[in-house]
Ligand binder design. Structure first.
Ligand code: AKB
Length: 318
């Protein structure tokens, strides 16, 4: 029998598809989803669900005892854009929830933990192109500061208390099942929805803002592979890269399929966040240590996004 898994923050963009991926891999009964709100029907109908506020240790511990959980994925977080608007709330959610799960590891209540870091750990002083695993990390955003602090705390718990904690620095993640919320890379999901629904999109970043990105299927594969590997001891949080593009480049690829599509630009406060992040990521260590490989390029991702969203919107008869 497989060890039981709890996903905290299962109804968010990555949590939703991670829950489905884990249920497919380990069996639905072994994967307990949890969040402060209900998620999409596919998630709610495919296995057990608990209401958990990630900042409430008692609620987490009750679920762990009830389901005899051995592995936790902590996916609840406030992302970069939202965190700039609510700094204290973001710090509280992002750090309190992490301490709760790290302490469960320290007390040997759970055996293995996944916690996502982000390209947001890098800042203006970091080299922008093919940003290396170990380089300058001076984040200038609330979210980035919480992710970098989180990485250091994970390392501390691993070194001092032997906690098995694993992490990747996600780039922007693009998916069609659940909308992202509060991030700077969210434009790269919104653009596909607007392309199908309105054939136009006003982007909140400038046309030449290059950022590292990844299709959801690759992100889920990276996460599950890292949790399964025996060879991940070099780093707490691995760089993982896949593709990188600008808003104007992704608009050109969409235009090949929807020739009437038009993009315009109205950069807002998120431009400063995007400007502080790398353009592309060097992920050679993850490739070497646990065989990380991405499979979606921008063309293949666009084809899948457009066909899945067309299907989804035609079913809702818009
Ligand atoms: C965000 O834009 O805040 C996130 C991230 C890169 O971690 N998608």
């Amino acid at each position: 029998m497989s060890d039981k898994i709890l996903i905290i923050g299962a109804c968010g963009q990555i949590g939703s598809e991670l829950t489905l991926g884990l249920r497919e891999t380990y069996g639905s009964a072994n994967v307990i989803a949890s969040d402060i709100r209900e998620g999409m029907p596919e998630l709610m109908d495919s296995g057990p669900f608990e209401f958990i506020d990630a900042t409430n240790k008692n609620q987490i511990e009750d679920a762990i005892r009830k389901h005899n959980i051995k592995i936790v994925y902590l996916m609840a977080a406030m992302l970069s854009g939202a965190a700039e608007i609510n700094p204290e709330k973001a710090w509280n959610l992002n750090m309190t929830s992490l301490f709760h799960v790290l302490n469960l590891g320290k007390d040997n209540i759970v055996e293995k933990i996944f916690w996502p870091s982000s390209i947001a750990v890098f800042g203006n002083s970091t080299p922008k192109t093919n940003t290396e695993q170990q380089t300058i990390t001076e984040p200038s955003t609330v979210y980035g500061i919480s992710k970098l602090s989180g990485e250091r705390w994970c390392d501390y718990y691993k070194t001092n208390f032997n906690v098995d904690i694993r992490s990747v620095r996600y780039p922007g993640i693009i998916s069609w099942k659940t909308m992202p919320g509060g991030g700077t890379t969210d434009y790269a999901v919104e653009i596909y929805h607007k392309a199908i629904l309105e054939q136009e999109y006003e982007c909140f970043l400038s046309g030449n803002s290059r950022l590292p990105m990844m299709f959801m299927d690759d992100a889920i594969k990276a996460t599950i592979d890292l949790m399964q590997t025996d060879n991940r001891n070099h780093y707490i949080a691995y760089n993982i890269g896949a593709i990188d593009f600008t808003p104007s480049e992704i608009a050109s690829v969409i235009k090949k399929h929807i020739p009437t599509f038009k993009i315009s630009y109205a950069p807002d406060f998120r431009q400063k966040i995007a400007d502080s992040w790398p353009h592309s990521i060097d992920d050679s260590q993850a490739r070497k240590d646990w065989g990380w490989r991405h499979t979606y390029d921008i063309e293949k991702m666009t084809l899948k996004m457009l066909s899945k969203l067309k299907e989804k919107y035609s079913q809702t008869k818009l």
